[in-house]
Design a protein. Structure first.
Length: 232
């Protein structure tokens, strides 16, 4: 583990033990999720959304986590020393004019916190997935909330790659899936690329108010080659 990964772990653990996250976990309304989605969300989706929302708070609340404040102080200090060092030691003042004179503390702090949020989300997602990777569908069953049908994405050896996706709370429903390779045109870059998706069909459809949801599409990664349904 690198030094930065160790620091990410420290910051992540501090956030997960914060009053904000504890309160969000306590107030999680599973019934509301089922009413809205037709199923209870994955634990890892809830956790990652909570982490993202933590960084949507006011700066004062974010910096109550001391590990973030200590990290941020070091970032600010290093940046200012970099700018001043280059300004004082080199006759060419381009660096100072570009990064010193135009330095805006609020913009800098917001950008750094956004970068931190992205890195923590990626780091946390890997940790959450690790708890499921390598399990067989049968081994995963005891850890899944009952009363739902799931689709588990599998690697070539038939092992889970991530937390299974809940599909419906109607345990009598028929859930089928099909993997398709599709050509997608990037509307910004203009080029075409191929991606593999799993198309899930639910019969009867999920009723969501006036809507009837008859399926889902989940994008597959390279190591996800097949799937299976799980009914705990």
């Amino acid at each position: 583990m690198t030094k930065w990964e160790e620091q990410l772990n420290q910051i992540l653990n501090a956030i997960l033990n914060s009053d904000y996250v504890k309160e969000q976990r306590k107030e999680r309304d599973v019934k509301e999720e089922i009413d809205f989605y037709g199923y209870q969300k994955r634990t890892m989706d809830f956790e990652l959304e909570t982490l993202e929302n933590f960084f949507n708070q006011d700066l004062e609340e974010i910096l109550k986590v001391n590990e973030i404040w200590l990290w941020l102080k070091d970032k600010i200090k290093s940046h200012l020393l970099y700018v001043l060092g280059n300004f004082l030691d080199v006759k060419d003042t381009k660096i100072f004019l570009k990064e010193g004179l135009d330095f805006e503390m609020e913009d800098y702090v917001n950008d750094e916190l956004k970068n931190l949020s992205n890195e923590l989300s990626e780091h946390y997602e890997k940790k959450l997935e690790y708890a499921w990777e390598g399990l067989t569908p049968e081994q995963a069953k005891p850890s899944l909330p009952r009363g739902q049908i799931y689709v588990a994405l599998l690697s070539e050896d038939g092992k889970l790659t991530t937390e299974p996706h809940p599909i419906t709370t109607n345990t009598d429903a028929e859930v089928t899936w099909q993997i398709e390779e599709e050509e997608i045109k990037d509307r910004w870059a203009g080029f075409k690329r191929k991606e593999r998706n799993i198309h899930i069909t639910i019969t009867p459809p999920i009723k969501r108010g006036e809507q009837h949801i008859s399926g889902r599409i989940i994008r597959l990664r390279k190591h996800e080659v097949t799937a299976t349904t799980i009914k705990p």
